[in-house]
Design a protein around this ligand. Structure first.
Ligand code: ADP
Ligand code: MG
Length: 711
């Protein structure tokens, strides 16, 4: 026992396994571990969701509906019955002579028998208006015997996030034990006292105790909002740890070796000469940065941000040409088949005339075609390989992979990207990584989320594009819109009609269900619009269609054989039809700003004045209106991203998949964004003056997860 308590100094006892707590056997330890609770420190950081105030008693007469309270009283009457289901009602009264009804639907016979008239009871719950005055449904309660009533608590009771298979009382007890093992403040604290960024915040030990055992007069509103100084102290250290971890990762990356792709650039020059346009200044600048990175013998780690339509693909193709020139292979991965197909088409059109072989590897490539593709990739015959997640699977081996390009990286899981990077040549060389995103990320957030990457921006659109006019309209005005589409199509223009789910209840967590309902919504709109617009050629694309069908429809639209394309959000990325100048988005209020901005980027690609109509289902909440107004007001992806962060939080910006960064225990990037400048300054300071401290902060918060956070 004492051996396990001899904690590694780095964690100040926090790495003691939970099995050393009283009452934790193998089964319990396994249940805790399933929730990520393995060490004592994990319990320190398992923070309450909310608090219950059992430090005082309320008189029944003073109870207010909706306000949780603790009361003590005597059972007046008990009623057991059955109305659709078993029912137990207990009338409780106190000196205030008012009555409170306790109502139970699930109970055991023995439990019901406890409530004899005259029994004394202390209970806690939220009163609600019932048939006979206020009632509490399933309050927590304890029966008081004849002996004097137990003392009231002197701290607020924490309510913890549930752990499957571990009752709340057990969990509270275990966390209590873990807190008893908290070392003194000086031992626990890693951050040197007096650091500028910590002014006004409590030390770590006090912060933890203030959150697990808050005093009765604690600022509950601040705690609920996550702005309490104790929460800010923990969030700060956690953000700092992740940021440091990425920075250290980057330093480590810089020590890795990569193949220098430093040829004369003949292929790239020929590609440039073959293009029907010349690069924008921004494209030239970013390509020059990429070229410089690639020429070094350490792996490039570059994120290229560029608004939809800013022309990232051609920069990727130029980078690929540099790699191929040196005899190396390139992999380009896109998150959806449609997008990957478009990349394939672009790269084939641009690179094959230069004699470069481009192979295709997606989930739907099976059988003989797959075997052939795999053989070409393995032999190096295929110089550029375009695909989806299929590229990252086991069994895909490259001959000499030197450059990995990932489009719309936020849609990939971190492990998937790592898997691709790990397909580099065995002899100690790591592929260069070029990551592209159309989701602009506010600067402070990018500094945190991508501290391991160099970030460059293509912040200029190719010439000849006209800005898209955006209008926000109630769905009640749909008939006018249909008219407008008829007029536009009569003039030879094309339009998109984008469908999203209609009813709240249709959101469904079951995998595949969302796609099915989306598809149904699109099918309905397709039927209606086809009826209402007899002279118009209408097509339909949704995620549940066969890829070949989808592609055929997309191609027909691109070729002008269709006038109106009804689609789900699958067209968000991956379509480029310059003649399409009108887009309607149904239930626009349901989509995130970043996604709407991406959708809108599908129009305004040609010379014609374009518009985007955001249809909403009334009534529109104030927040939803504010969000749609943002889109109406600006076409600048960076401004939209800032607003989105403000109004909605970073989850959407960074993608919903686990990013490593989303896996914060305490911090919330939207709520705590204000801490980021402090975090960056602290990180600079520690890396320069106390790298050992930096290492311990990372070990405490990120530990073995470093690899995930870095991809
Ligand atoms: P995104 O950055 O959204 O991936 P794409 O790479 O798909 O944008 O480019 C959008 C369209 O703009 C494509 O049709 C592409 O060929 C074209 N394009 C790219 N660069 C230029 C340029 N400098 N001038 C004109 N058109 C360009
Ligand atoms: Mg793109």
């Amino acid at each position: 026992m004492s051996a396990t308590r001899q904690a590694a100094p780095a964690l100040a006892g926090g790495d003691t396994p939970l099995a050393s707590l009283r009452g934790v056997g193998d089964a319990m330890a396994a249940r805790l571990a399933a929730r990520g609770l393995v060490t004592v420190q994990d319990l320190w950081l398992h923070l309450p969701l909310r608090y219950e105030d059992r430090t005082r008693l309320e008189r029944i007469v003073e109870l207010r509906p909706g306000v949780p309270a603790q009361v003590e009283g005597v059972v007046e009457a008990v009623e057991r019955g059955f109305r659709y289901r078993p029912l137990l009602r207990v009338a409780l009264t106190d000196d205030s002579h008012a009555t409170l009804v306790l109502r139970f639907f699930h109970f055991r016979a023995a439990q019901a028998a406890q409530f004899r008239p005259g029994a004394r009871l202390r209970c806690y719950g939220t009163p609600r208006p019932g048939q006979h005055g206020l009632e509490m449904v399933h309050p927590s309660y304890r029966l008081l015997g004849d002996e004097p009533a137990p003392a009231l608590g002197d701290t607020l009771d924490p309510v913890y996030p549930a752990v499957e298979g571990v009752g709340p009382a057990t969990l509270r007890r275990l966390i209590g034990q873990a807190l008893d093992l908290l070392p003194d403040a000086a031992t626990l604290e890693l951050l040197p006292a007096g650091l500028a960024g910590l002014a006004g915040l409590p030390g770590l030990r006090n912060a933890l105790l203030a959150l697990h055992r808050p005093a009765p007069d604690a600022d509950l509103a601040a705690l609920a909002a996550g702005t309490h100084p104790a929460q800010r102290r923990l969030a700060l250290e956690e953000l700092l740890a992740h940021h440091l971890s990425l920075r250290r990762q980057r330093l480590a990356q810089q020590r890795l070796r990569a193949r220098a792709l430093d040829g004369p650039g003949v292929l790239a020059r020929r590609l440039l000469e073959s293009l029907p346009f010349s690069l924008t200044g921004a494209q030239q600048r970013v390509f020059a940065q990429v070229r410089e990175d690639l020429a070094r013998p350490s792996p490039m780690q570059r994120l290229v941000q560029g608004d939809v339509g800013s022309g990232k693909t051609v920069v990727a193709a130029l980078a690929a040409a540099l790699a191929v020139e040196r005899g190396a292979q390139v992999a380009l991965a896109a998150p959806t088949e449609l997008l990957a197909e478009q990349h394939l088409a672009n790269l084939r059109a641009w690179l094959e005339p230069l004699g470069i072989r481009v192979a295709w590897l997606a989930g739907k490539v099976t059988g003989k075609a797959r075997t052939l593709a795999l053989a070409d990739v393995a032999s190096g015959e295929a110089q550029v390989v375009v695909g989806t997640h299929a590229l990252m699977q086991e069994g895909v081996a490259f001959h000499d992979l030197a450059l990995v390009i990932v489009d719309e990286q936020h849609r990939f899981g971190v492990q998937q990207r790592l898997a691709l990077r790990d397909k580099g040549p065995a002899h100690g060389l790591v592929p260069h990584q070029l990551v592209m995103t159309a989701t602009p990320i506010p600067r402070t957030l990018a500094m945190t989320a991508y501290a391991d990457l160099d970030v460059s921006a293509i912040d200029e659109l190719p010439p000849g594009r006209t800005p898209v006019t955006t209008v926000v309209l109630s769905a009640e005005r749909r008939p006018e819109l249909v008219e407008r589409i008829r007029a536009a199509c009569a003039q030879g223009r094309q339009a998109y009609w984008v469908c999203t789910l209609i009813e709240e209840t249709e959101e469904d967590a079951r995998p595949g269900q969302g796609a099915r309902l989306q598809a149904q919504a699109a099918e309905r709109s397709f039927e209606h619009l086809s009826q209402q617009l007899p002279g118009v050629r209408v097509g339909l694309v949704h995620g549940r269609m066969k890829a070949s069908q989808k592609q055929a429809t997309m191609r027909a639209f691109k070729d002008g054989a269709l006038d109106l394309l009804v689609a789900t959000t699958v067209i968000e990325v991956g379509v480029d039809v310059p003649n399409a100048s009108l887009m309607v988005v149904e239930n626009a209020e349901r989509l995130g700003l970043a996604q709407l901005h991406q959708l809108r980027g599908r129009v305004g690609r040609g010379a014609a004045a374009s518009s985007c109509v955001l249809l909403y289902q009334p009534p529109l909440s104030a927040l939803a209106r504010q969000r749609l107004e943002v889109l109406r007001g600006t076409g600048d992806g960076f401004v939209i991203a800032e607003k989105d962060l403000e109004l909605r939080g970073p989850g959407e910006l960074l993608g919903t998949r686990q990013t490593g960064l989303a896996a914060f225990r305490i911090a919330d990037l939207a709520r705590d964004a204000g801490l980021l400048p402090q975090v960056h300054a602290l990180a600079d300071h520690l890396l320069a003056h106390a790298p050992d401290v930096a290492g311990r902060v990372v070990a405490r918060w990120v530990g073995g997860a470093t690899r995930y956070a870095s991809a």
